[in-house]
Ligand binder design. Structure first.
Ligand code: NDP
Length: 310
C-alpha cells in the first residue's frame, strides 16, 4: 500500500486524512515518534498478505478517552498502546482478557465484530518468548531477580510468578513499590496457587551488598528500570557483582548494549537486550488481530533494520 512507509506521526484530529482501504491499526503513545512498532507490524501484515495500515498516533494522556472514540469512529480494527497509556487504556475498553487483568494494564486492543473493544496485555508473554529464544531456557526453571517495579518490572514479576519460577527476588529503589507489587502477587496467587510461594518470593532493598549476596543464588538477572537509557547514566550495578554464571536480560533495547550488558558480557555472562521482548509482544498482538500465527522471521528482519537505523 502507498502508506506502507508512512513515518508520519498523526494527531487524533488528523486521522481523517488516512486513505481508505485495508485494515487500520496503530500505536498510541506520548511521545510516539521513536516507536519501532510500525516497521515490524507492517512487515508482519505484508508477510501474511493482509492489506493494512499501521500508523503512529500521538495522544497526550488527557486525550486518551477522546482518542478511543475517534479510533472507533474511524473503523480502526486494533491498536497498541505504549507509555504512558497502558494503565488508563484498561478502563477504556469494554472487556479485558485475563492477560490484561493479571498485568493490570493493556498494550493491545482489538475491536470485535460487534464493535466492542477487548484489551489484552502481551508484554509478559513477549518476555517469556524472548528469554526462551535468547537463552534456550524456560523462566519456570530459573531463579529470577528483577530490578525495577514500574510498569515493566510489574508485568515481568507477574509473569514470572504465573510461571511459578523457582525463586523470585524483587528489587526496587523505592522499596514501597516493591512491597505493593508483592501484595499484588499474593492476591493473584490466591487464584493461581503456587506452592511455597511465601518462601520463594523475596523483596530486598536496593543495597549493593545485599544484591551481591543474593546474586550467587540467581540464574536470570533482569533490568526493568530505566537506568541505561541515557549514555550519561551511572552503572546500574557495580561490574564486580556480575557473575559468569548469570543470564542477564536488559529490557532496554536502545542503546543495544547498555553498560549493564557490556559489564555482564565482560564478566562472562550471557546477555540479551529488550528487542526480543519488543518483537514478541508485537507478534502476539498481530496474532490477536489476525487470528493467525505471526510471521516472526519477517517481523524480526524489519525490526532489526529499523533499530539499526534509529
Ligand atoms: P517506569 O517509569 O514505570 O519505572 C521506572 C523504573 O526504573 C522504576 O522501578 C524506578 O524506580 C526505576 N529507576 C529509575 N531511575 C532509577 C535509578 N536511578 N536507580 C534505580 N532505579 C531507578 O518505567 P517502565 O517500567 O515502563 O520502563 C522501565 C524500562 O523498561 C525502560 O527502560 C523501558 O525502556 C523498558 N521497557 C522495555 C520494553 C520492551 O519491549 N523491551 C517494554 C516496556 C518497557 P523507582 O520506583 O524507585 O522510581
Amino acid at each position: 500500500m502507498g502508506e506502507s512507509h508512512d513515518e508520519r506521526v498523526y494527531e487524533i484530529k488528523e486521522l481523517g486524512e488516512l486513505p481508505d482501504g485495508g485494515g487500520r491499526y496503530g500505536v498510541l503513545g506520548w511521545p510516539v515518534s521513536h516507536s519501532l512498532s510500525p516497521a515490524f507490524q507492517r512487515a508482519g501484515f505484508a508477510a501474511l498478505g493482509i492489506a493494512a495500515q499501521y500508523v503512529k498516533i500521538a495522544v497526550p494522556p488527557e486525550g486518551l478517552a477522546e482518542a478511543v472514540a475517534v479510533l472507533k469512529e474511524r473503523q480502526f480494527s486494533g491498536w497498541n498502546c505504549t507509555l504512558p497509556h497502558k494503565v488508563a487504556m484498561y478502563d477504556l475498553v469494554d472487556e479485558r482478557a485475563p492477560s490484561a487483568e493479571r498485568l493490570g494494564g493493556v498494550n493491545t486492543v482489538a475491536r470485535k465484530e460487534d464493535g466492542r473493544l477487548c484489551g489484552f496485555n502481551t508484554d509478559g508473554e513477549g518476555w517469556l518468548v524472548a528469554i526462551r529464544e535468547s537463552f534456550q531456557v524456560e523462566v519456570r526453571d530459573l531463579r529470577v531477580m528483577i530490578l525495577g517495579a514500574g510498569g515493566a518490572g510489574r508485568g515481568l514479576a507477574v509473569q514470572a510468578a504465573l510461571e511459578k519460577c523457582r525463586r523470585l527476588v524483587l528489587v526496587n529503589r523505592t522499596i514501597e513499590k516493591a512491597r505493593e507489587l508483592h501484595e499484588h502477587l499474593r492476591t493473584l496467587l490466591r487464584t493461581e496457587p503456587w506452592e511455597g510461594s511465601d518462601q520463594r518470593i523475596e523483596i530486598i532493598p536496593w543495597d549493593e551488598d545485599r544484591i551481591g549476596q543474593e546474586l550467587g543464588g540467581i540464574d536470570l538477572l533482569v533490568n526493568a528500570t530505566s537506568v541505561g537509557l541515557r549514555p550519561a547514566d551511572s552503572p546500574l550495578l557495580p561490574a564486580s557483582l556480575l557473575l559468569p554464571s548469570l543470564l542477564v536480560y536488559d529490557t532496554i533495547y536502545r542503546p543495544a548494549r547498555t553498560r549493564l550488558l557490556q559489564d555482564a558480557a565482560k564478566a562472562g555472562a550471557r546477555v540479551a537486550n529488550g528487542l526480543g521482548m519488543l518483537l514478541h509482544q508485537g507478534a502476539a498482538s498481530l496474532s490477536i488481530w489476525t487470528g493467525r500465527e505471526a510471521p516472526t522471521d519477517a517481523m524480526r528482519t524489519a525490526l532489526n533494520s529499523a533499530a539499526a537505523l534509529s
